[in-house]
Structures are given as structure tokens and as C-alpha cells.
Design a protein. Structure first.
Length: 224
């Protein structure tokens, strides 16, 4: 049986080494579509905490909860019944690779926000994964028209390695903000740094500003 605690400890140790080595600005990119410090790849590298949750579409659901007027739990059929969106976007990983022109299909995060009807006090979200991963975003980030809860890439369903059956895709941020195996979107008033953010990854994660690493951010939220 895999000892997931040790796997995650190894991932955290690797992240710490990346932080120590990654504070210096990267090389200047010669491609205007690739941020500084990144290199283009044509494959789709697999990066995560090393945990592969056991999932079944029959029991999978996506919960929208917290500071919302309309708390929703979407089953797989209900999720697929929502308007489907196709987006072509680029992906930039904090480990310094970029893949261009990725073709995603799924449900617009903006449409889910509209369904949930956030309260005026809701300013941030936490994205939860079935692997217990979390990451944080301003609510405003979910309103961009290229942010998806994707179930397919390049015309094929996601593989388990890439977050099957559905994952978040946030092209304007480094890829760790796009949680795989998504299980919930939680709306709240204060920012709540996620798994990597409290371990030294930058809270904002803008590839064009090279916001890779910063000081660990404490979660001091004491209200929803």
C-alpha cells in the first residue's frame, strides 16, 4: 500500500528546494507568449502531490458552498447538462514549462458563480480537490472568460493523471492554481491560502510577474 503521507512529504521537500533555487529571475523568453523563465514543451507533464484519488462518475459531485445564496451540489449528469464551453489557452507551470494552444472543454467558472449567487461579502474562493488539495483565488479571477472546470483537453477526456473527471483551469495563473480532481468551490470573505501557498508558493501566481515563490502565507482567517 502506498504511504501517501511520505509521498506528500517528498513533494513538499522538493518544493522547498525549488523555492530556494527559484527566487532568482529566470532567463528572458524569446517568445512573446511565454513568460520570462519559462521554456516551451509540446507534451503535457504530470505534476501533483502524488495522490491519485479513487473516483467514480456515479458518485462524483461538485459542491458550491459558503457565502452563497444558492448552495448547489452538481452530480456528473447535472454538470454535463450545463452550457459547455471550449477555450484555447496556454498553460504555465511554476516548474518552468509552458504549453501553448491547449484546447479545453468544460463548464465556465463564471457560469457556476452565477448559479451559486455569491453574497456581497464573498470576495475569495477556495478550490478543493478530491485528493485533499486546496488552492485559493480572488472571486474576481473566476469571472474571466477563459477559466473553466474542464473535463476534456485536446478533444479527449482528461486522464486520471491530469485530473479526471474534472479539473480547474486558470490560464492567467501558474498551473498550481488549477486544482485537479475538483470537488468543491467554497466562497468566503477573507483570503485563505491553500496547500502550496502556506508552504512558500506565491499567493497570486501571475506568470508574467514571475510570482513563483514568496514567504509562506499564514491562514489567519477567523470568519467565513
Amino acid at each position: 500500500m502506498t504511504n501517501w503521507a511520505k509521498v506528500i512529504e517528498g513533494k513538499i521537500a522538493l518544493a522547498k528546494r525549488n523555492i530556494e533555487q527559484g527566487m532568482k529571475p529566470g532567463k528572458i523568453s524569446l517568445d512573446a507568449r511565454i513568460p520570462q523563465g519559462q521554456s516551451r514543451v509540446t507534451n503535457f507533464p504530470v505534476l501533483d502531490m502524488g495522490v491519485r484519488p479513487s473516483l467514480d462518475k456515479a458518485t462524483w459531485n461538485l459542491k458550491l458552498f459558503g457565502l452563497v445564496a444558492n448552495e448547489i451540489t452538481l452530480s456528473w449528469p447535472r454538470f454535463l447538462a450545463l452550457p459547455q464551453t471550449k477555450v484555447q489557452s496556454d498553460m504555465h507551470c511554476v516548474t518552468r514549462w509552458s504549453q501553448l494552444d491547449m484546447n479545453w472543454q468544460g463548464v465556465s467558472a463564471r457560469d457556476l458563480v452565477i448559479l451559486a449567487q455569491p453574497l456581497e461579502s464573498a470576495q475569495y474562493v477556495t478550490i478543493h480537490g478530491y485528493d485533499d488539495y486546496t488552492t485559493n483565488l480572488p472571486l474576481e479571477a473566476l469571472l474571466d472568460d477563459d477559466v473553466l472546470i474542464a473535463h476534456s483537453v485536446f478533444g479527449e477526456p482528461l486522464s486520471i493523471d491530469h485530473g479526471w473527471p474534472a479539473r480547474m483551469v486558470v490560464p492567467k495563473r501558474y498551473a498550481w492554481k488549477g486544482a485537479k480532481w475538483i470537488s468543491a468551490i467554497e466562497f468566503h470573505a477573507k483570503d485563505r491560502p491553500g496547500f502550496w501557498e502556506v508552504r512558500g508558493y506565491h499567493n497570486e501566481a501571475d506568470p508574467w510577474k514571475e510570482e513563483r515563490f514568496g514567504f509562506p502565507v499564514e491562514d489567519d482567517s477567523d470568519s467565513p
